[in-house]
Design a protein around this ligand. Structure first.
Ligand code: AMP
Length: 193
């Protein structure tokens, strides 16, 4: 199995790069944001619980998010591996992910952090707002999401760094150039495992 965490602030390009990584490594893509949006569209109980947080640009509480993620992993027992996109966003989530992987006799092999300066992230989200019409790409919601990233999610980096599992990739420039750097990083760590 090959399990990858793609990490970065909102607008770092996690979704774009995930699509390319799926083709390369044939992994199951789990974007917790996409899963939440799908539940919200379908009007499930989970969707109703999560909607208020998402539309306001606030992280969905850990107990809801972690439970949801476990459900998706359990539903994909035959996967050759996973790309986690937008998860973990807190240290508690990172710890839970390690537990779930261990229960499945596997591990998180590569954690790739896409580094993009805040100014560029804001510009990209402005462009995306016009293309995708996501309610949480409105300026006040973007401010909250960036704030959530710098107050809660950023702590996940030292968690992985202290275990020497973190690889930082420059997330600015051409999509294909970034992709090549990510795959080089994944291939080098995957070879060690
Ligand atoms: P994303 O599409 O990854 O930008 O996620 C959109 C929104 O879904 C976030 O702003 C959060 O409200 C929620 N969300 C997605 N993933 C998580 C997570 N791992 N933990 C908490 N909330 C999340």
């Amino acid at each position: 199995m090959l399990n990858i965490v793609l990490f970065g602030p909102p607008g770092a390009g996690k979704g774009t790069q995930s699509q390319k990584l799926i083709d390369r490594y044939h992994l199951v893509h789990i974007s917790t944001g996409d899963v939440f949006r799908e539940h919200t569209r379908m009007g499930t109980e989970l969707g109703k619980k999560a909607m208020g947080y998402i539309n306001n640009g606030i992280l969905v509480p850990d107990e809801i998010t972690i439970g949801m993620l476990k459900g998706v992993i359990d539903a994909n027992q035959r996967a050759q591996g996973f790309i986690f996109d937008g998860f973990p966003r807190t240290v508690a989530q990172a710890e839970a992910l390690d537990r779930f992987m261990a229960e499945n006799h596997t591990a998180v092999h590569s954690v790739v952090a896409l580094a993009v300066p805040e100014e560029e992230v804001r510009n990209r989200l402005k462009i995306r707002k016009n293309e995708e019409h996501r309610p949480d790409d409105e300026e006040d919601k973007v401010n909250r999401r960036i704030n959530e990233y710098f107050t809660k999610t950023i702590h996940v980096l030292p968690f992985y760094q202290s275990q020497e599992r973190l690889i930082t990739v420059d997330g600015t420039g051409e999509i294909d150039t970034i992709f090549n750097k990510i795959t080089a990083a994944i291939d080098s760590t995957a070879l060690e495992n």
